[in-house]
Design a protein around this ligand. Structure first.
Ligand code: SF4
Length: 215
């Protein structure tokens, strides 16, 4: 076991018993995140919903199926990516997360990104996109583009799958365009030779001039 793996396990273990904000009182399970710990692509959503809270896994149910379909469209299987939310516990009745909950929970996401070091971060929906890009601009204007981001990663925003389920084929087509952009960015930055899953991105430089948009 590498130190990175043990650090990641320790972070997850801390989250699984976290009671730092009021959501601990109403959650069923902490939804820490799932996936490959040296994933090239990390997907960040808003917060667990009912199914996620019950199962302890992000993006299950219809929204998760659509996410899997969109990933398959760019030849990526779910186990190849890492999927997490901004909040690790479900807000009651799926209400919007509160600012103090975000601030309290944010270090978990920060550490997940630091340890995984994805080349591309894809935000799903307004909430995650606004937080990670530190903007008030809505997802409709932000999607369809790539943004140079924290730790040298590229951030690509798109709609939340739940919005696509409500919005129909027009929204799904726009999401397919955004996923195609993810594919193009990944294809333009081939994996470093000799990199192994136990030594994630250790040879990738982090430019000091990168915008520190998150935290
Ligand atoms: S939402 Fe985050 S900060 Fe709040 S209890 Fe859950 S893990 Fe802890």
């Amino acid at each position: 076991m590498t130190s990175t793996t043990s650090e990641f396990d320790a972070l997850r273990d801390r989250a699984l018993i976290c009671t730092q904000c009021g959501l601990a009182e109403t959650r069923t399970n902490v939804v820490f995140g799932v996936g490959h710990r040296s994933a090239r692509l990390m997907i960040v959503g808003e917060a667990p919903g009912k199914n996620e809270d019950l199962q302890g896994e992000p993006f299950v149910g219809p929204a998760g199926l659509l996410l899997d379909e969109l990933l398959a469209g760019i030849d990526i299987a779910r186990p190849e990516v890492y999927i997490a939310n901004v909040l690790k516990c479900r807000p009651p009745a799926n209400r919007d997360p509160k600012p103090d909950e975000i601030e309290t929970c944010k270090p978990y996401l920060q550490e997940q990104i630091r340890m995984i070091r994805p080349e591309v971060v894809m935000t799903l929906g307004n909430f995650a996109t606004k937080l990670l890009l530190r903007t008030d601009t809505g997802i409709t204007r932000l999607r369809g583009q790539r943004y140079d981001w924290w730790l040298g990663a590229t951030l690509i925003p798109t709609f939340h799958p739940a919005a696509a389920l409500r919005g129909g084929e027009i929204v799904k087509d726009q999401m397919r365009e955004d996923f195609a952009l993810v594919r193009a960015v990944l294809d333009s930055t081939p994996t470093a030779e000799g990199q192994s899953s136990s030594d994630p991105k250790s040879d990738r430089e982090v430019s000091g001039s990168q915008m520190e948009l998150f935290p």
